[in-house]
Design a protein around this ligand. Structure first.
Ligand SMILES: [Fe+2]
Ligand SMILES: [Fe+2]
Ligand SMILES: [Fe+2]
Ligand SMILES: [Fe+2]
Length: 419
């Protein structure tokens, strides 16, 4: 499928009557979890388009181009509004949060498992274990506060157990900034994956930024606050991978291509017939956006789209699927890693003066009052053990105990931890 070879609809025809933006939402009990995840992913993708479009306009002096960007942005906004309300009224913030973290786990693992740029793969594997841990902490909050079991929401696709403990994820800001990929040298799939994961993590970051003040308990609000800070780190990591050398209109073209790829992937893999129709319609709109972006690139930069995307056939589509064994392997091999500037390091290899340790001390203090730890401790106190959906023994021996929350893994050097 090469979206440049399709005949695009008129841009103005992307605008829909208001009543057509609202109607269907999925049934939270019977929907396939991956349908929910696709909605979150596409919602995040549209958020990214909208903010990219606003920033592009603010950095642009030419009135015609500013108006063209406004035209495009209006259509992205309409798509986002319709997608936002595909989620049913009855789904709570915390239930929705479980889907956000499930997406972070299964999307990241899928992309890491097929990523050819080993540095990008390492970045994906690294953050994967952190979102995996977030899923566990939120699931325990849910089980304790409402009695609900998150396994009923993740549909058996994703295990729920400790990853790199959230308390160990707080790192100095300098250690989130990575080396950018090269738009000229890296593959189309690598460029797509970096764009996709940046938008997805940014959506999670935005969601927690907004929701942390609305959650109904103090412990929950503190947990959202804490995990939101890690999502800031993840967005810094992934955003820093994007090639900074491309012009704004080259970036715009790649954004529209990414959207077209994602909607086409969603259309091909969706099992809910009504959602499938939405993805199909939006794919057609994105083809119009993409052709429009190519025209802008030619008109204002004097460049052909082939200079940015020489071979425009979609690479292997994005089909969400179970990643349990992949996640277990990454857990087993890298749970004790942390970030060290643009690279990664086993915790034991760091000098005691490295700023990871001083930052940890500054933000975590003496561990008491750290929500991600407290939520598990409280669950154990009230219900005898933590909540997990674990299908076999945890691959990391230190994370097997169900009646004690380990706050040393990935955070305290083994010679110190053993004392
Ligand atoms: Fe869009
Ligand atoms: Fe997360
Ligand atoms: Fe994340
Ligand atoms: Fe678009």
């Amino acid at each position: 499928m090469n979206p440049f070879e399709l005949k695009p609809m008129e841009m103005e025809n992307c605008f829909k009557e208001r009543k057509d933006l609202y109607g269907y939402s999925y049934d939270k009990y019977s929907a396939d979890p991956y349908s929910k995840l696709r909605i979150i992913l596409m919602n995040g993708t549209e958020f990214e388009e909208v903010y990219f479009g606003h920033n592009a306009m603010r950095n642009e002096a030419r009135g015609d181009l500013r108006r063209d960007l406004a035209l495009l942005r209006r259509s992205e906004q309409m798509q986002q509004k319709q997608i936002a309300c595909l989620k049913p009224i009855s789904e709570s913030v915390l239930e929705n949060t479980i889907a956000y973290e499930q997406l972070a786990v299964d999307l990241t693992a899928l992309m890491a498992s097929r990523e050819q740029n080993l540095y990008v793969k390492h970045c994906l594997d690294f953050a994967l274990l952190e979102d995996f841990d977030h899923l566990y902490r939120y699931a325990d909050l849910m089980n304790m506060e409402t009695g609900e079991k998150a396994e009923d929401l993740v549909g058996g696709y994703t295990e729920i157990m400790p990853g790199r403990p959230t308390i160990a994820e707080h790192r100095h800001p300098y250690d989130d900034v990575k080396r950018p990929i090269s738009a000229k040298q890296d593959s189309l799939l690598t460029k797509l994956q970096v764009n996709i994961i940046t938008a997805a993590e940014q959506q999670t970051m935005n969601y927690y930024m907004n929701q942390c003040g609305f959650y109904k308990s103090d412990l929950g609000r503190r947990l959202y606050q804490e995990i939101a800070m890690i999502e800031e780190q993840h967005v810094s990591q992934y955003g820093s991978l994007i090639d900074p050398v491309c012009s704004p209109l080259e970036k715009l073209l790649m954004h529209e291509y990414t959207e077209a790829y994602l909607y086409y992937s969603a259309y091909e893999t969706e099992t809910d017939a009504k959602l499938k129709r939405v993805w199909e319609e939006f794919f057609e709109q994105e083809v119009a956006h993409l052709h429009f972006a190519a025209e802008l690139l030619k008109k204002y930069d004097g460049k052909e789209y082939q200079e940015v995307i020489p071979k425009a056939d979609f690479p292997e589509l994005l089909a969400l699927s179970e990643q349990k064994e992949y996640v277990r392997g990454v857990l087993k091999n890298t749970v004790n890693e942390t970030a060290m500037r643009e690279d990664f390091s086993r915790l034991d290899a760091l000098s005691d003066t490295f700023d990871f340790f001083s930052y940890q001390k500054r933000v975590n203090g003496n561990d008491a009052g750290i929500a991600s730890h407290e939520v598990i401790e409280k669950h154990i106190k009230e219900l005898g053990e933590d909540y997990r959906y674990q299908l076999k023994e945890h691959p990391v021996s230190e994370l097997r105990k169900r009646d004690e929350d380990n706050v040393r893994v990935g955070r305290v050097k083994s010679k110190v931890a053993a004392k």
